[in-house]
Design a protein around this ligand. Structure first.
Ligand code: RFL
Ligand code: PHB
Length: 389
């Protein structure tokens, strides 16, 4: 089989890229290791930058996102028993949209099916080959048979645990990493959110985040030990811990109910450079991971897609390789700013085990500073709504 582009992974980056390429008549095949049901069951991001929404609109598949996405003009930082609002819209003229990654994935998958663009789910042993030549190809096993797809380009959209990054020779890639000594325990529950806007709460017992998926579905997180297990947390324990970390007015307003999803995410920053190896291009979590504190992971995947799609469009439309040549440096410039912001917001809002009183005093002073200084709040807001592409 021959395709112009083989996309490895059907997460948001692979699906977005596939749909944009379809729109310009470029033939792309998506190879996904898991089943469709498994991909759709993953609960992850919730906050979209306007740039991400614009990219979804360019696929023509933003109908449900535009109708149901919640427009947020601000969020609160809770600290020392009080809430301080960061007015994103007043500070930047922009807002963010709250819409679940699961819903976005479902919309993109439905759009792909509607135009009969091919995705092979449960593709095993996917392997990119010869991407340092002009004749790359990808092999995979499906239904007990090994298949080979020749192509012009391979897009590695297969996330942090994917094969694309790992198929690059060790000497050709550099990875910069930082792990954090805690995780986030997250739940979903069909109860109304405690507040119309997100609350990022910093408390001596640990960080907590009040988010949502809709006016009737809440997404809450509490900072936990990195090696803790979701099974250790009954619903009651979770709600008690969450409420203990919120200011009294918010704690009293939390509606409690049964959770239907509970999982722990570890926090990590990681960037692998470069993002291009001949005809293999890494995109999204395959190249970089950020802690969820700044809500940047999915949005970075989208900005990579923006650069890669533009490069492929110029290649197929104008025979120009300039965008392909610039892809890695353009994408990485934006990635590192988001890595810095996510790292900073994580340090700002989480008590670090063993940090000691001096660092905790500095952290308190910094929270006071960003919540009382217009200039500091503007810097936070500018990064939160998303830096320009
Ligand atoms: P994904 O979503 O991991 O998709 C990769 C796909 O590749 C498949 N795959 C393979 N396929 C074929 N062969 C192989 N060998 C393969 N190996 C893997 C996988 O099955 C999968 O389907 O990567 P992508 O597309 O780059 O998207 C990245 C985002 O999913 C991620 O950055 C965000 O979810 C991060 N994130 C958040 N981002 C935000 O922008 N805003 C948020 O509010 C936000 N909250 C979060 C988050 C991530 C979280 N967790 C669980 C890590 C909250 C959490 C709790
Ligand atoms: C979420 O709703 O899942 C969410 C929101 C904001 C974040 C991280 C996760 O910073």
């Amino acid at each position: 089989m021959r395709k112009q582009v083989v996309i490895i992974g059907s997460g948001p980056s692979g699906l977005l890229l596939g749909q944009l390429l379809h729109g310009i008549g470029t033939d792309a095949l998506i190879l996904e290791r898991s089943s469709k049901e498994h991909v759709l069951a993953r609960v992850r991001a919730g906050v979209l930058e306007e740039g991400t929404v614009g990219l979804v609109r360019a696929t023509g598949l933003a109908g449900r996102l535009d109708a149901q996405g919640l427009k947020h003009d601000g969020f609160a930082i809770a600290f020392d028993g009080r809430q301080h609002r960061i007015d994103l819209h007043a500070l930047t003229g922009k807002r963010v949209i709250v819409y679940g990654q699961t819903e976005l994935t479902a919309d993109l998958m439905a759009g792909r099916e509607a135009v009969s663009a091919e995705t092979v789910y449960e593709a095993a042993d996917v392997m990119p080959h010869d991407f340092d030549t002009d004749a790359p190809y990808v092999t995979y096993v499906h239904g007990g048979t090994t298949h080979r797809v020749d192509c012009d380009f391979i897009a590695g959209c297969d996330g942090y645990h994917g094969i694309s990054r790992r198929s690059v020779p060790a000497g050709a890639i550099s990875t910069f990493e930082r792990s954090y000594p805690f995780g986030w325990l997250g739940i979903l529950a069909d109860v109304p959110p405690v507040s119309e806007e997100l609350i990022y709460a910093s408390h001596p017992r640990g960080f907590a985040l009040c988010s949502m998926r809709s006016p009737t579905r809440s997404r809450y997180y509490v900072q936990c030990d990195g090696d803790d297990k979701a099974e250790n947390w009954s619903d009651q324990r979770f709600w008690d811990e969450l409420r203990s970390r919120l200011p009294a007015d918010a704690a009293d307003a939390v509606t409690i109910g049964p959770s239907f999803e509970k999982s722990i995410a570890v926090l990590r920053s990681s960037v692998s450079e470069p993002m291009r190896f001949g005809r293999l291009f890494l995109c999204g979590d395959a190249a970089h991971i950020v802690p969820p504190t700044g809500a940047k992971g999915l949005n970075l995947a989208a900005s990579d897609v923006h650069y890669l799609f533009g490069a492929l469009r110029d290649f197929y439309g104008e025979h120009s390789t300039a965008g392909l040549d610039a892809y890695s440096s353009r994408a990485l410039a934006r990635v590192w700013k988001a890595v810095r912001f996510s790292w900073w917001m994580t340090l700002l809002l989480h008590p670090f085990p063993g940090a000691g009183p001096f660092r905790e005093k500095l952290r308190a002073a910094e929270i006071e500073y960003v919540t009382s200084s217009h200039h500091a709040a503007a810097g936070l807001a500018e990064n939160y709504v998303g830096l320009p592409y």
